[in-house]
Design a protein around this ligand. Sequence first.
Ligand code: NI
Length: 167
Amino acid sequence: MALLPILQYPDPRLHIVAAPVTRFDEELQRLVRDMAETMYAAPGVGLSATQVDVHRQVIVIDVSDGRDALQVFINPVLLEGWGESGLEEGCLSVPGVYDQVPRYERVRIEARDARGERFELEVDGLMSVCVQHEMDHLKGRVFVEYLSRLKQTRIASRMRKQQRRAG
Ligand code: NI
């Protein structure tokens, strides 16, 4: 297993659109394990392959208190969404920034697991927001891009400063 470096906003590679997974092979299993380890270590509740510079449709999520309920979504598709969530969200690629953006309160999604088995799931609350947030990453979209231009400019300049300080 390995910890993977997480791309930091405004890295342009966060805008690459991920391709669907076609082979559910050992390499994919390794990617899923490494992504899970990276997410738990960060620590975070969700991570997309885009954020570790792998541009394939893979997401790992664990919103459980015990950090023992890993969920893997490969090639996820939003089937239906209802209501409006009022939850603030954050992102491992934009540390220190928390804000509310338009999300469904409840969603039904279709995806495949790490073995390629298709499943459908209906989720709400934090899990719903998390799935939508990570699915956006696969489309090359970071949550702060829903915010005003002014906020985005401030966040990008703060991030660049932090990155310079970190060397
Ligand atoms: Ni994120």
